[in-house]
Ligand binder design. Sequence first.
Ligand SMILES: C[S@@+](CC[C@H](N)C(=O)[O-])C[C@H]1O[C@@H](n2cnc3c(N)ncnc32)[C@H](O)[C@@H]1O
Length: 223
Amino acid sequence: MIFLHQIFPGIWSQGKKIFTKNLVPSARVYSEKLVEFEGTEYREWVPFRSKLAAAIANGLKQVPIKERSCVLYLGSSEGTTVSHVSDIVGERGIVFGVDVSERVMRKFIGLCEQRGNIVPIVGDANNPAEYREYLGGHEIDLLFQDVSQKNQAEIFNKNAKLFLEKGKFGLIAIKARSISQSKNPKEIFREQTRELEKEFEVVQTVLLKPFEKHHAVVLCKKN
Ligand SMILES: C[S@@+](CC[C@H](N)C(=O)[O-])C[C@H]1O[C@@H](n2cnc3c(N)ncnc32)[C@H](O)[C@@H]1O
């Protein structure tokens, strides 16, 4: 039997399982389970498929997204995590999904056609000025980043400088092995954190084991 309770705005759980309310009832995005609770359909949010879900499962203490939020998501890929963010912000919110790869964008655009609150942008997160105009002057509530690049924190800071006001939140998934194959991941997380502190107050770092190896999600607040 399903009994869900809300753990964050727009996010529910039963035991260790996490769910969001399906914005497009009966549609799946990545073969996730659909369940019904009190007449509403929810989609299971699988931590092995999404770093944000993995961070929540591992104790992220705040998820700074709610109904009507405006999210800038860097590294949207085919939209697995973006689809859950889209569930949370709802019809009156908006998610700008940026990805440099035209190949993944083709599938992502299919998702955007189903979900009117996602805007696809082909762009390089290293050059935020290039896609600034596509954000249409929206005030960004949350900057999210999951790009496998050597200069992950630097990219995040560049975007934050341009798009995030003081007091707004950022969440960055750091993949240690994109930065160095040999260095201890904990040292890499410390170095990336020092870089983030140029623009942010770091609120929490969550390691993603066992869902992802050598990954952390860092929650931070713009200075
Ligand atoms: C690990 S995947 C993201 C998965 C996605 N966040 C999810 O949970 O569904 C990383 C993505 O970052 C994109 N990427 C890598 N470098 C980038 C850059 N400089 N600008 C924008 N996207 C980039 C890749 O094309 C890839 O789709």
